[in-house]
Design a protein. Structure first.
Lengths: 109, 437
């Protein structure tokens, strides 16, 4: 049976782009990223990293993301229907606590 | 990645900002003009892309070119405003002074709405009020649906509405080719020197002489120019193809005038430039850049970049129109003749109006003026009986509604809303009192 996948979306500054992608890729995840282009062609300041994550592995990965939060360049994290602006490590811990248990009846909301 | 339509919609919604309505584009039956642009682009751009319509937002476009599928937006307010600018530039029923006034009002309105989108309520309100006071004529801004139906389905239709879209798809294409076009840095520098010294370049987009000092283009500037020129040429090819497809479907292909589509592209490129300039200016203003910075770097580099891009686009279109080889003397002569014909037309098509309007915007931004500086003028005009006061209230209601839709809060917005809510005899008093109740 295919395990449920949830999309993780991270909005960050350019310096964190490659470190976050490398961390996610090291877990054999299909990762993609892009800079945002705006109408005035201003230097891109918004970068997005996206990955599909199995709910079973989410706690480990989310925990690994907390080490990138110290530099205040992660502007937003979305995981399924959860969204946190300017996340702090304790916000991620709270998110992990609220995740449904793999195999349980509840699905991530 | 699974469920790409779900996450792509989520990315598009959050990119468009709060309050915007975002809908994935779906192909119509029979195909709509935009579908013909998508068909033509998809034949060249092998990377998948999804287009999202953005309604109820400021007049700005965005894209995420590296995603799979890439995300490209098309903004209906942007289209309404470029449609308005097009109507003003091409109208022959207004005097020169009146055309200048409505052009300036429209450029200030564009900048006001962009400032709202950047969350700068104070600047947005000032620019908005400056755009509606002292106006003898309020030029109608068509709703998008009206714009679509009012524009004649001729060679200019597709370039007018879809230049920005095709340009962004061009960026997706080159991003996934793994290179941004084939032109090396030295060639870019040579082209830049050549482009800004073309006699027509200075007429189309005036370049101050001191800009030539910027011609020592660094790596980053060459990269930007390479990417933008490549996307411009991509857009031109796609728009030509889509226009021919449209006229073929309409049974009017035998009337197709290649110079009509070329002029449509170049005309729209100039409007595109001023929309970019407005966006850049309000963004800089938000970050408290000084007037010196605007003039010394941001706007100058922007202007230089667009001058070079305009020259390249004109050259490409002149070669395409003539079918001549620029390597031969006869070919070069024919290309020059076409270029002169095109620039003569564009000379009369109102770009100077936009340049003057933009300088007014720059003046207002650089002086840091706010609504308190002009509210007495607003009070005296909105308190008058007759159509002018009513028109001010109607436009102000639309503006306040847009601010609410975007979730932008500011005391100046509250003040304008209170002015609208008050009866005609109390409006001036509300403004003179100065702070919302």
């Amino acid at each position: 049976m295919t395990e449920e996948q949830i999309v993780l979306l991270i909005d960050c500054g350019e310096p964190l782009l490659e470190p976050i992608k490398s961390m996610l890729a090291s877990h054999d995840l299909d990762v993609q990223s892009s800079q945002r282009r705006d109408m005035d062609g201003a230097v891109a300041t918004s970068f997005l990293v996206l990955a599909s994550i199995a709910i079973r592995t989410a706690p480990v990965l989310l925990d690994a993301i907390t080490r990138f939060l110290q530099r205040h360049q992660v502007r937003r994290i979305e995981f399924g229907d959860y969204a946190i602006d300017n996340p702090r490590p304790e916000d991620i811990e709270e998110l992990v606590r609220r995740l449904p248990q793999p195999g349980g009846d509840e699905t991530a909301k | 990645m699974n469920n790409s339509s779900d996450w792509a919609a989520k990315v598009a919604r959050r990119s468009a900002g709060p309050g915007a309505t975002v809908l994935a584009h779906t192909q119509a039956t029979p195909p709509a003009p935009i579908d013909l642009v998508v068909f033509a682009a998809s034949k060249v751009c092998r990377h998948p892309f999804t287009i999202f319509w953005v309604h109820d937002a400021g007049p700005s476009n965005f894209s995420w070119p590296s995603l799979n599928p890439a995300i490209v937006s098309i903004n209906t307010r942007y289209l309404e405003l470029i449609g308005t600018i097009r109507n003003i530039r091409l109208t022959d029923i207004l005097s020169d002074d009146t055309r200048q006034q409505v052009t300036t009002d429209t450029i200030l309105r564009v900048a006001a709405e962009l400032a709202l989108q950047h969350g700068d309520g104070a600047l947005a309100c000032f620019l908005f009020v400056e755009s509606i006071i002292g106006s003898k004529i309020q030029f109608d801004t068509p709703w998008f649906v009206d714009l679509e139906s009012r524009l004649p389905l001729d060679e200019a239709y597709i370039p007018t509405l879809f230049y920005a879209l095709a340009h962004e798809i061009g960026h997706v294409h080159f991003e996934h080719l793994g290179r941004q076009g084939d032109i090396g840095n030295d060639s870019i520098r040579e082209l830049a020197s050549w482009a800004v010294t073309r006699p027509y370049a200075n007429r189309m987009i005036p370049v101050p002489q001191d800009l030539y000092g910027y011609l020592t283009l660094g790596e980053a500037q060459c990269r930007t120019l390479r990417a933008e020129i490549s996307a411009d040429i991509f857009a031109a090819r796609i728009l030509i193809q889509a226009t021919m497809d449209l006229m073929n479907r309409l049974g009017t292909l035998q009337d197709f005038r290649p110079e009509g589509v070329a002029l449509g592209i170049l005309f729209e490129f100039q409007t595109f430039f001023y929309m970019h300039r407005c966006a850049s200016t309000v963004r800089r203003q938000k970050h408290n850049f000084s007037q010196q910075i605007y003039i010394d770097y941001s706007d100058s580099w922007h202007t230089l970049q667009f001058t070079i891009r305009f020259s390249m686009l004109l050259e490409f279109l002149a070669i395409w129109l003539t079918g001549e080889n620029p390597g031969t003397a006869a070919g070069t002569a024919r290309i020059i003749e076409y270029r002169q014909g095109i620039t003569k037309y564009l000379d009369g098509a109102g770009y100077k109006l936009m340049d003057h309007a933009y300088r007014t915007l720059l003046f207002h931004c650089a002086n840091g003026r706010r609504i308190a500086d002009i509210k007495e003028r607003l009070a005296s005009e909105v308190g008058t009986e007759g159509i002018h006061g009513t028109a001010i209230v109607i436009e102000t209601k639309k503006f306040c509604s847009m601010a609410r839709q975007m979730c932008i809060k500011h005391p100046d917005i509250d003040l304008l809303q209170e002015m609208c809510d008050a009866g005609p005899e109390r409006r001036a008093d509300v403004l003179r009192r100065g702070t919302p109740a």
